[in-house]
Design a protein around this ligand. Structure first.
Ligand code: SME
Length: 153
C-alpha cells in the first residue's frame, strides 16, 4: 500500500482499540481520513436504521452538511451499495443516473458497505472534488477500515 494509507492504518487500529464510544470512533475516523487523504473532501457514515432496515440514516461525518439524511436502499450511490452489499466506485458522477447530488463541487464518490454477520450495518461514504481519483488502493484500504470497525457494532 502507498504511504498515506500505510501511515493511517495503525492510527485507525489504535482508535478502534481505544474503548471510546462508537460515535466518537466513527467521527474521528471521518476526520482522520478527510485530513490525511487530499482527495477525500467529504467523509461520512450512513447507518442502517434498526427500525427500518432498508433505509440508511446519516451518521457521523466530516464535511459540508448534506440534505440527504435518509436514503432508501437502492437509491443513489449509497443506496445501491447497500443493496448490492459491495463497494461502489463512481469515478465521474456526471456519467451516472442513480445519483443523489449533495453539491455541484462533488465529482466522484466511493461507498464501502460495513458488514457484520451477513448484514449491512451501514457504510462509509467518501466524496471527492476530483474526477477519477480513486485507485484500487483506496478501495482496499477503505474496505479494511470497514472490516476493522464492524466488530464494534
Ligand atoms: N451522493 C450520495 C448521497 C450522499 S452524499 O454523497 C453525502 C448518493 O448518491 O447516494
Amino acid at each position: 500500500m502507498s504511504a498515506p494509507f500505510d501511515a493511517l492504518r495503525p492510527r485507525i487500529e489504535t482508535l478502534v482499540a481505544s474503548g471510546r464510544p462508537l460515535g466518537d470512533i466513527l467521527l474521528e475516523t471521518c476526520s482522520l481520513l478527510k485530513a490525511e487523504i487530499p482527495h477525500y473532501d467529504w467523509v461520512g457514515f450512513y447507518l442502517t436504521d434498526p427500525g427500518s432496515p432498508r433505509e440508511l440514516v446519516l451518521g457521523p461525518f466530516d464535511g459540508a452538511p448534506t440534505e440527504h439524511t435518509r436514503i432508501p436502499f437502492g437509491q443513489g450511490i449509497c443506496g445501491q451499495a447497500a443493496e448490492r452489499r459491495e463497494t461502489f466506485v463512481v469515478q465521474d458522477v456526471s456519467k451516472v443516473d442513480n445519483y443523489l447530488s449533495c453539491s455541484p463541487t462533488v465529482r466522484s464518490e466511493i461507498v464501502v458497505p460495513l458488514m457484520k454477520d451477513g448484514k449491512v450495518l451501514g457504510e462509509l461514504d467518501i466524496d471527492s472534488h476530483a474526477v477519477a481519483p480513486f485507485t484500487p488502493e483506496d478501495r482496499k484500504f477503505l474496505e479494511r477500515v470497514c472490516e476493522v470497525l464492524a466488530p464494534l457494532f
